[in-house]
Design a protein around this ligand. Structure first.
Ligand code: AMP
Length: 114
């Protein structure tokens, strides 16, 4: 998608601090971190949000969660714990229309979220 900022990161047109990549997934540090570790994990393929996934896209969720596990180990937060967040649509607070998970760690998370 030409106007999608995360597609531009996938294409290498915008720089990002990439921490992990494989054939289907890219992960990079959030520009505006909300925790000592704040990484976004995205599919290379443009999908707007979870609710617009098609059945054929569902295996990507396994790839994305596999990346979460790998990155958590890499970042040293696998044992201390972390939170995974997916904002979906306006009420979910989604601001970038390319499906992504937030991986947050390195501090105690509170519940309920705001
Ligand atoms: P969401 O509100 O769930 O859609 O999250 C979008 C996230 O993308 C926010 O936490 C932003 O700080 C982050 N973000 C936006 N643009 C960039 C960028 N160019 N590089 C890294 N993170 C970004």
């Amino acid at each position: 998608m030409d106007d999608c900022i995360f597609c531009k990161i996938v294409a290498g047109k915008i720089s990002a601090q990439i921490v992990h990549q494989d054939k289907s997934v890219l992960a990079f540090r959030d520009l505006n971190p909300q925790a000592p570790v704040h990484i976004l994990i995205i599919p290379r393929k443009h999908i707007d949000q979870i609710s617009s996934m098609e059945e054929a896209d569902l295996p990507l969720l396994g790839d994305i969660y596999g990346a979460v596990k790998t990155i958590a180990l890499q970042e040293g937060i696998s044992e201390t714990g972390f939170r995974v967040v997916a904002n979906n649509g306006p009420d979910g607070g989604q601001t970038v229309g390319h499906l992504h998970l937030h991986l947050l760690g390195g501090r105690l998370m509170h519940w309920p979220p705001g």
